[in-house]
Design a protein around this ligand. Sequence first.
Ligand code: ZN
Length: 160
Amino acid sequence: MRDWFSIIGNINRPVLGEEIPILIFRAFRIYSGEYLKDLMGEKGAVVLFQNAGRELGRELGDKLKDEDLERYLSNVQSFVKDSKIGLLVVEEIDQRKAVLRLDECITCAGMPNVGARICHFETGFVAGIFETFMEKKVRAVETKCNAMGEETCEVTVDIE
Ligand SMILES: [Zn+2]
């Protein structure tokens, strides 16, 4: 894939600046997601968002890489916080699995319970971050989401 992250980083908005309200980000995100669901079905849309997030996670993982896992994750936590994606908290980590929480998640924080976990992009992003470090494919599942009434966003990564 092209290095889109660098390309889209060129922003020329002298009047409006570089920030937008979260509501507008969520609107882009959710409306695209719902349309995709109509087009490709629920499963297809989930896979698409997750793989897109995975791609970004890998690309950013490369930029933030450190051979020490703790330092690497700390770099990722700083990036995620500085770019206001959320507050990434490592809840549990060992050889086999990792559980990470994304408090104040950009996509779902404060959302009422709509009966579905919706942060597929973030889930893929976390998977991609681990893939860069492990140099292999990992499975990730969103195990909690505000949109499911679970009060935070949580991703469980199957490292094995
Ligand atoms: Zn969520």
